[in-house]
Ligand binder design. Sequence first.
Ligand SMILES: [Ca+2]
Ligand SMILES: [Ca+2]
Ligand SMILES: [Ca+2]
Length: 187
Amino acid sequence: MSFYIKPKCFILLCFKVYECTSELAKCADGLQCFPKENYCDGSIDCYDGSDEPASDTCKDFKCSSDNVKCKNNIECVHQDDLCDVYDQCTDKSDEDSVCCSDFKCQSGYIKCRNNVQCFPIEYLCAETDTAFCLDRSDINPEFCRANSKECADGEIKCKNGIHCIPPKNLCNGIVDCPEGSDEDYSR
Ligand SMILES: [Ca+2]
Ligand SMILES: [Ca+2]
Ligand SMILES: [Ca+2]
């Protein structure tokens, strides 16, 4: 008995009977699975393109619970992707500056200084030169200090007034505060 399976045979027999897990849907070719929320999201997931059917079908399609329709009424965009700087809708309506300035960020996100984009609060002055906000306010120390939260119970604020570290990270030989104040012996 041979355990070798010819690729073609494997694809036709095994993939077609392969069930997608609950958060996934089958492409029309019966071979691939794709995340359900990627149906009518404007980018092709299935090799056969069946997750992006003719626009009429997508127009009638109701987005799943965490998703909303783009202005073009064809694509769905996840709520987390609204006002996040990146265009998910091909018509860019998920980043519409008028809608975004009225848009309240969800918990865990804050508005950039431009009041348009939302970004994850942990990105606030994260140790990177790459800004998330188009106005670069998320890496502006003054903006970060104004928006930084109180440290959690038992945590210590870094000298920059922005980041918090647990006490065990103080003088442990590893720089945890971006400006290195946790390893500053003069402190
Ligand atoms: Ca798709
Ligand atoms: Ca977006
Ligand atoms: Ca440290």
